[in-house]
Design a protein around this ligand. Structure first.
Ligand code: PEP
Ligand code: MN
Length: 337
């Protein structure tokens, strides 16, 4: 159930409704910017109570157990504007490019220099806290990685998207990140989603690789129900029966999400395909969908990459990909930035 206030100054209505819900022991959270109260789907007010509320209060009861991320709740696209032309949800496809992990200062700087000088790209991706499947794999540089990302921003003026594994280092990540990325495994961590919802930073939510579209949007609702409406959805591939591709980019789900959710959509051909040789073909297909963002992993020396080595494009491979993608984005009505 969502309760909205249509008045210019809704403070009084807000307090009245908060009191009403507290009296009835109905759990709720308040979305401050939007002047909205959200309660669990099962909590309903009876019609007589609703009729007794001021005319400036509108109550929307949903049968679905996901609401805020849907076009039923908001038909207009959500626009996430990071400044400097990095805007998700309008007529752009924002390229989020960089290595899987920050490995060293020189690796990050070399990559950022390549992306800014050759293409003028503005959004750098790289993980400092890496959620690896094996405890014996490189786990990221942690705080040192964040320091390097901060240096990428100050030297090259790039915005930073970097991931958070769990709540323990969320504040440190949020201090450096322009977009906090919640990875495919962390999508199932409600405590983390709730904390992300309390941040005033855009969140890029990657779809769990076994999650249905509904579960994906429910995870987005977890974040939004805490007041953070700046959520970017990322389809990054789901697990299929095919062992020769790492995952399978679910473009059907992407098409569905474009029509059923107002949130910006990113596609991630790198993690879906998993192999550099085929990433460009998948990226071309993704660009043709007219999406708000594309994520691609590159590395100055792919054979030495410490994580996701097989999918990392060399700089030369990225040059080719970029020139192939740009006209496709344009044909899909988007400007690649
Ligand atoms: C990543 O972006 O490097 C990453 C680990 O993504 P995912 O959570 O989709 O695997
Ligand atoms: Mn990766």
């Amino acid at each position: 159930m969502i309760i909205q206030f249509t008045e210019e100054n809704p403070e009084q209505n807000l307090r009245q409704v908060e009191q009403l819900l507290s009296d009835r022991e109905i759990a709720f959270s308040t979305v401050p910017g939007a002047s909205v109260i959200v309660t669990a789907a099962a909590d309903r007010l009876d019609q007589a109570t609703i009729n007794g509320l001021p005319a400036t209060v509108s109550v929307r009861q949903f049968d679905n157990d996901y609401q805020l991320s849907t076009r039923d709740y908001q038909n207009a696209n959500t626009v996430v504007d990071l400044g400097d032309g990095v805007i998700f949800g309008d007529s752009r496809t924002v390229f989020a490019v960089g290595p899987c992990a920050v490995e060293s200062e020189s690796q990050a700087m070399k990559t950022a220099e390549f992306l800014t000088e050759e293409f003028g790209l503005k959004l750098f991706r790289a993980g400092a806290f890496k959620p690896r499947t094996s405890p014996y794999s490189f786990q990221g540089l942690g705080e040192e990685g964040l320091r390097i990302l901060d240096k990428v921003r100050s030297e090259f003026g790039m915005k930073i998207i970097t991931e958070v594994k769990d709540t323990t280092h969320l504040d440190a990540v949020a201090e450096v990140a322009d977009i906090v990325q919640v990875g495919t495994k962390a999508m199932y961590n409600p405590a983390l989603l709730i904390k992300c919802g309390q941040l005033q930073k855009p969140i890029c939510l990657k779809r769990g690789f076994m999650a249905t579209v509904k579960e994906f949007l429910q995870a987005a609702d977890f974040i939004m129900s805490q007041g953070n409406m700046d959520v970017i959805l990322c389809e990054r591939g789901i697990r299929s029966f095919e062992p020769q591709t790492r995952f399978c980019l679910d473009i059907c789900a992407a098409a569905l999400v474009q029509t059923t959710s107002h949130l910006p959509l990113m596609l991630d051909p790198s993690h879906a395909m998993g192999y550099a040789a085929q990433v460009p073909a998948v990226a071309r297909a993704a660009a043709g969908m007219g999406v708000d963002s594309l994520m691609i992993e590159i590395h100055p020396d792919p054979p030495t990459a410490l994580s996701d080595k097989s999918q990392a494009l060399s700089f030369e491979q990225f040059r080719n990909l970029y020139s192939a993608i740009k006209p496709i984005c344009q044909a899909a009505g988007r400007n690649l930035v």
